[in-house]
Design a protein around this ligand. Structure first.
Ligand code: URP
Ligand code: ZN
Ligand code: ZN
Length: 454
């Protein structure tokens, strides 16, 4: 039995100075007669929060050119170091392949390697009768959310297929997400830049302007409007995209909205860094102007964003990002962020823009509720998994790539001075991380998730 004492515990009735008790991996009521061998953990000066959930990661993802720098081992170790105790990663259907084959392949990759718990969304890239039939198999296997890409030639679904996915998955109570950039707009933008000899990483954001996102959000929500699914706009980056969301919500419709730290903590000045440095920030959608960054921050403050995930998709600067040395469209897209999500959002708590409860909702409760893991995850209620973050709000430190667990040779936030840190992290009652050291690796388990209709 374990008792965490002296901390400020996030309970169902707000934050309270309280004890938190766990036994055999679960949160329990305070026992009347605690056993003599009870272990105590002193959380003095810290918040005691439910383990964070990162609902959008790409680990051990391979394409025809390269593979992500983080596999399940390094990625989930880095997640844990930042207070994340569950990741929902993307399994992706191969064109011509089945959803069951894809899930099996991704399960095999993750098995036995993860340091935090994990679950899968399924990215659908090929819609046909077999895909349709297999949606039920996915729900049975605990995969209750799907995603479609509206951009990327090798992955994208057309409007007709996306509409069918929304309606069939919706009927099963599943969430359907979309990468909202219109493929034709992206291809036109890239072609125009390259034809004009604009080949450096600084042209990446110009090739995918905000309108490309807004048009995709508008089309996605129009298609979703005709189905029962809960649409999920992943990695929102613009105020123009957000305007489309507001219009949809004004009609009384529900949509789940996610943004990521790169869209509220950085702006497009990163693309003006000297030489090829801007390649470190090549992700899609791109990092936006200060005006859009501020819009994302306000949307978080005003309660209009539901979930903060990372879209962690890591490539090393040397040897991977430089594949696109002479052509920005060949730079592998994605950023390493799985380790630093909480501390970057904590900056908003520090500035008084959001409270600790909202911080928790964005990082843990909302992903758990919307992706079918609540109350097993995302709360410190009796009977929940004892996934616990001891969060030190006063720890001052500097983000440095050479001190991180992520397997990249850079951090997009290199040299940033931050406040707040996971002092210790428990996964199902086991102390896995403390004082900057990983104490346990590889004990993460697969977490099957429920759809909204059971
Ligand atoms: O650039 C990014 N975001 N790469 C990861 C795949 C995606 O679009 O989510
Ligand atoms: Zn995406
Ligand atoms: Zn992604």
């Amino acid at each position: 039995m374990l008792c965490i004492k002296n901390g400020r515990v996030l309970t169902d009735c707000g934050i309270k100075r309280d004890e938190l008790w766990t036994n055999e991996g679960l949160i329990i009521e305070k026992p009347e007669y605690p056993p003599e061998n009870t272990r105590f953990y002193d959380a003095e000066d810290c918040f005691v929060l439910p383990g964070f959930i990162d609902a959008h990661t790409h680990l051990e993802m391979t394409n025809s050119i390269t593979a992500t720098a983080d596999d399940y081992a390094s990625g989930t170790a880095a997640a844990l170091a930042g207070g994340t105790t569950t990741v929902i990663d993307f399994a992706t259907q191969d064109r011509g392949g089945s959803l069951n084959e894809a899930l099996e392949a991704w399960m095999d990759r993750a098995e036995g390697k993860c340091s935090c718990d994990y679950a899968f969304h399924m990215a659908v890239t090929d819609w046909n009768n077999r895909t349709k039939a297999e949606l039920r198999d996915m729900v049975k296997a605990g995969v209750s959310s799907f995603k479609a890409y509206m951009a990327y030639r090798d992955l994208m679904l057309g409007d007709e297929a996306l509409a069918r996915l929304l309606s069939e998955a919706g009927a099963l109570g599943c969430v359907v997400g979309a990468h909202c950039e219109l493929g034709e707009g992206v291809e036109r933008g890239v072609k125009n830049c390259l034809n004009e000899g604009k080949t450096g990483p600084g042209y990446h954001p110009l090739s995918r302007p905000p309108r490309v996102e807004a048009d995709a959000v508008s089309r996605f929500l129009e298609l979703a409007d005709r189905s029962d699914s809960l649409p999920w706009v992943v990695h929102l980056s613009t105020s123009t995209g957000f305007d489309e969301i507001k219009r949809f919500r004004e009609k009384g419709k529900s949509v789940l909205v996610e943004t990521c730290p790169q869209y509220f903590s950085l702006n497009d000045e990163v693309y003006s860094l000297p030489g090829f440095e801007g390649a470190k920030y090549v992700c899609s959608p791109p990092i936006r102007s200060e005006e859009h960054r501020q819009a994302m921050e306000s949307a978080i403050t005003n309660g209009d964003i539901d979930i903060i995930s990372t879209d962690h998709c890591s490539y090393r600067y040397r040897g991977q990002k430089d594949i696109g040395k002479n052509d920005f469209s060949r730079i592998p897209n994605g950023l390493p962020g799985i380790e630093h999500r909480a501390v970057l959002l904590w900056e908003m708590v520090e500035r008084g823009e959001i409270g600790v409860e909202r911080f928790y909702e964005l990082l843990a409760k909302n992903p758990a509720v919307n992706f079918g893991m609540y109350p097993r995850k995302g709360t410190l209620s009796v009977g929940s998994d004892a996934d616990i973050v001891i969060w030190d709000p006063d720890c001052m430190w500097t983000i440095r790539a050479d001190e991180q667990f992520m397997n990249t040779d850079y951090s997009p936030w290199e040299g940033r001075q931050v406040k707040g840190k996971a002092r210790a992290v428990f996964l199902r009652g086991v102390l896995c991380f403390e004082g900057g050291r990983l104490l346990q690796r590889g004990i993460g388990r697969y977490i099957p998730r429920k759809s909204r209709i059971g």
